[in-house]
Design a protein around this ligand. Structure first.
Ligand code: AMP
Length: 314
């Protein structure tokens, strides 16, 4: 099933203990699209300025991503984000966010984008997420990601946007911030209770610890793929989401049940592990399906155990 994604298309300046990059291709929609492109047709919606060149576009086109819904704004500036990571990569400080062309963006989706069966509202101002959701009202599966900034400056709009999707993907700490509940399970259950309509599946991203999935009747969790060397975590969450949603899209007419969602988590986890090995989109842009499949198998192996009950004292 074709996938439409809206979200930031960006230039990122990133500093980690292992190096830095200035104005590299980034953005939530970009990371998502590259990952999802391993599974199905993907279409990116969003504006860029005339600083966004052919080289940036080529990274998307080379993966077969449909870029015809990317709007060039003459004289405009592409979304810009700068961030710096702490020594263990566990903490990150945003140094600068410039919305640029996103500030006045009024999305008008093409017929093909509107007809997509799968919709991902990647991280961007929630009013824009709602405007796109309203135009894609026939999507069979819609998911949304956001971040602390939007919880802090546009919470009401974000809550309304969340009510329109099937699945919420959010960082663990942001889920707690959104609900004001200190415990992850309680925070997820609160969002589940906002519906219906509203999400039936909550994915809590936990950075280097992996991700958890909570529904009304189930809980599932996967660790991150074990890596010796992580260089730049930027976009890991969006790449995870691209693998997760892309896998669901590729399953086509199959019903979206717990087993499918769990396998989708494994593909998201594998994709994210490649993303963090190099800066920005560098690694995922030259990834192969075979490499992804090998990591999913390895993840299955390292997370498997079988119980052998023993007699307990007491
Ligand atoms: P992640 O590491 O998953 O949080 O995603 C990082 C990406 O999100 C970067 O490529 C940024 O361009 C993008 N980003 C950072 N801040 C924002 C924001 N406020 N709204 C939308 N996208 C953002």
């Amino acid at each position: 099933m074709p996938v439409t994604v809206v979200g930031s298309i960006a230039f990122d300046s990133v500093k980690t203990p292992f190096g830095e990059r200035t104005r590299m291709l980034g953005g939530a929609a970009v990371h998502f699209a590259l990952a999802a492109s391993f599974f199905d047709d993907v279409r990116v919606v969003g504006p860029v300025g005339d600083d966004f060149g052919a080289a940036e576009l080529a990274v998307l086109s080379a993966r077969g991503i449909d870029v015809s819904d990317i709007e060039y704004v003459p004289g405009g500036e592409t979304f810009f984000w700068a961030g710096e990571y702490g020594w263990d990569l566990a903490s990150r400080e945003t140094l600068e966010t410039r919305l640029g062309v996103f500030a006045d963006f009024d999305p008008k989706l093409s017929a093909a984008a509107r007809d997509s069966d799968v919709l991902f509202l990647a991280n961007i101002q929630p009013d824009l997420q709602r405007a796109v959701r309203a135009q894609c009202d026939g999507a069979r599966f819609a998911a949304l990601d956001s971040m602390n900034l939007w919880i802090e400056v546009a919470r009401d709009s974000l809550v309304e946007a969340i009510a329109t999707v099937d699945c919420l993907v959010l960082n663990d700490a942001e889920l707690r911030e959104l609900t004001g509940r200190p415990g992850l399970l309680a925070a997820a259950r609160e969002v589940l209770a906002w519906g219906p309509p509203g999400p039936r599946t909550i994915i809590a991203k936990q950075g280097e610890y992996g991700a958890a999935m909570i529904t009304e009747s189930s809980y599932f969790s996967l660790p991150a793929f074990p890596l010796e060397r992580v260089v730049d975590p930027t976009g890991a969450g969006d790449t995870f989401a691209g693998g997760f949603v892309g896998y669901i899209a590729a399953a086509g007419a199959e019903s979206i049940d717990e087993e499918l969602l769990r396998r989708a988590m494994a593909y998201g986890t594998a994709l994210a592990s490649f993303n963090v090995e190099e800066f920005g989109t560098e690694r995922v842009a030259r990834l192969s399906g075979q490499e992804i499949a090998a990591r999913v198998s390895e993840l299955e192996r390292v997370t498997h155990f079988s119980d052998a009950p023993i007699e307990m004292r007491g």
